[in-house]
Design a protein around this ligand. Structure first.
Ligand SMILES: Cc1ncc(COP(=O)(O)O)c(C=O)c1O
Length: 383
């Protein structure tokens, strides 16, 4: 049976061959730690990390490569932002469509009596439904932290508008780009971002265990470290360096992963982000229209496809989404995800809590033929 992968919002697959080659090359020819030794292989490993930093700063329009910090994933990056920048008495504004990677660290600080949180309302399409965002700002509002796109509905947030409001009110603006990095254009400087959190293994087409954040110089000065340790720099000091990227990058980096991530970003830039977006939008349109024409299926998310990533959530009347996902895999070889997608608040917002949804998420290697096959299989299912 042919296998069709439509769970790219969880992790993209397959990966570009260039990514696999870069990781193989690292293990076969280099293999050692960067920045820890003066021998040639260590210098080569350091060069890989620097080139990846440069590549990502070009890709996201970040002023300087040292403002790119590598972490294990976007969850780590968001924890750095939330726990490193917020202090007792701060107020935070976020949205009703966030992933638990934002909600849980915020809720922890709230539970400990450290911060207070306001949620910007969103409508049943998962779009921000509030015209006057500034009414939520208080004298102690420190941070605006939002997902660029929901992983449940694909709905895109009006980040340009949010960035302008944050700048005008001197509020730190943090973006969770888990669903958009490599999928939708992101300009760090144009969006007035203080911290852009990204993960390597989704739209950036890189390996799991890679990710990071880009940080403004202002926020980097203010942000406390979450982890301290060896950096390979100023080793005579018992104190953490205060310069970038070392301030936030302790311990041995995942150089194999970073080599793979760089190759994947190269692949995206060579193909063209806009070309990939157009291909995914075309498949999204076919899937969206097809799903809407199947009786008994409810389709969630924005009706205007330009307002979403290529992710669609559905439910089917009288059907359990877990069972549907199981049957699609076992009977038709179609891999999709069911349930709450680690975003309970988003499901409460669109009215699919606690059952969740069946989620189809398209990636750049999917084809029209695959989408038509999925629709045919769904039409045959008893709904
Ligand atoms: C919007 C959003 N934020 C954060 C995450 C967490 O990503 P990671 O597991 O790579 O840290 C996800 C993953 O699904 C997501 O969709």
């Amino acid at each position: 049976m042919k296998k069709i992968y439509l769970d790219n919002a969880a992790t993209s697959w397959p990966k570009p061959g260039e990514m696999v080659k870069a990781m193989k090359y690292f293990f076969e020819e280099i293999g050692c730690s960067p920045g820890r030794g003066g021998y040639e292989c260590s210098l080569k490993a350091g060069r890989i990390v620097l080139e990846a930093r440069l590549k990502l700063s070009e890709f996201f329009n970040i002023p300087a490569a040292e403002q790119v910090i590598f972490t294990q994933n976007v969850t780590h990056s968001l924890n750095f932002a939330i726990k490193g920048l917020l202090a007792e008495g701060d107020h935070v504004i976020t949205t009703c469509m966030e992933h638990n990677a934002v909600i849980r660290p915020l809720r922890r600080l709230e539970n400990e009596g450290i911060i207070e949180i306001s949620f910007l309302p969103c409508n049943e399409e998962g779009l921000l439904s509030c015209d006057n965002i500034e009414q939520y700002i208080k004298s102690n509002t420190k941070m605006l932290i939002v997902t660029h796109a929901s992983n449940v509905t694909g709905s895109l947030m009006p980040v340009e508008r949010l960035g302008n409001i944050a700048k005008k009110n001197s509020i730190i603006f943090v973006l969770d780009a888990a669903q958009t990095a490599g999928v939708y254009s992101i300009d760090f400087q144009k969006l007035n971002l203080d911290l852009l959190a990204f993960t390597g293994h989704k739209g950036l087409l890189g390996p799991p265990g890679t990710g990071g954040f880009a940080i403004s110089k202002r926020a980097a000065k203010e942000m406390k470290t979450l982890i301290e340790g060896g950096t390979g720099s100023i080793s005579d000091s018992e104190y953490q360096p205060d310069f970038l990227p070392d301030k936030f990058e302790s311990g041995t980096l995942n150089v194999a992963g970073i080599a793979g991530l760089k190759a994947s970003v190269d692949f995206i830039m060579n193909e063209g982000l806009q070309t990939i977006r157009e291909h995914e939008l075309n498949l999204l349109e076919i899937l969206y229209q097809g799903l809407k024409n199947i009786r008994g299926i409810n389709v969630y998310g924005p009706k205007s496809l330009n307002l979403r990533t290529p992710t669609i959530s559905i439910t089917a009347e009288g059907c359990d989404v877990g069972e549907m996902s199981y049957n699609l895999d076992r009977e038709h070889g179609i891999m999709v995800r069911s349930g709450l997608h680690c975003a309970p608040l988003a499901h409460k917002t669109i009215g699919t809590f606690p059952e969740g949804t069946l989620r189809f998420s398209i990636g750049c290697f999917n084809t029209e033929e695959e989408v038509h096959y999925v629709l045919k299989c769904l039409q045959k299912m008893k709904i």
